[in-house]
Design a protein around this ligand. Structure first.
Ligand SMILES: [Fe+2]
Length: 130
């Protein structure tokens, strides 16, 4: 069953946000690599892939429901950091904003009684706790 256009737009925003997070982590991976920190670099690259996976998961869900996904403008990743610690702080801030956005998506879905969205959003909320 199709979801409302409003809810589909909110999901599209989430897709965009996950893709921006993926780019942010990819850039962080490059930063670590340039400071000869291959372990952290490859860890960030894995995070980047994970975020891309999240974007695809949201995207496929919307498409499976019969709605359209419109990818918005991606945020230019931050590329300069003072220290490895600053990179991880930026990554944490990124995760916190993703969590609040998924919570809002949940509230939007429950406002519209879109129960079909709940299992997916539950999965993401649990994932974000990590
Ligand atoms: Fe994510």
């Amino acid at each position: 069953m199709k979801m409302s256009d409003k809810l589909a737009a909110a999901f599209s925003e989430q897709v965009t946000m996950e893709l921006s997070a993926s780019l942010a982590y990819l850039q962080m991976s490059a930063w670590f690599d340039s400071f000869d920190l291959p372990g952290m670099s490859s860890w960030m690259r894995i995070q980047s892939e994970e975020e891309r996976g999240h974007a695809l998961r949201f995207m496929d869900f919307v498409l499976d429901r019969g709605n359209m996904v419109v990818i918005g403008e991606l945020r230019k990743p931050k590329s300069e950091f003072e220290s490895p610690r600053a990179v991880f702080e930026a990554a944490l801030a990124q995760e916190q904003s993703t969590t609040s956005s998924i919570r809002n998506l949940y509230l939007g879905a429950s406002e519209e009684k879109d129960v079909e969205s709940y299992p997916l959003l539950d999965w993401f909320l649990t994932e974000q706790v990590e």
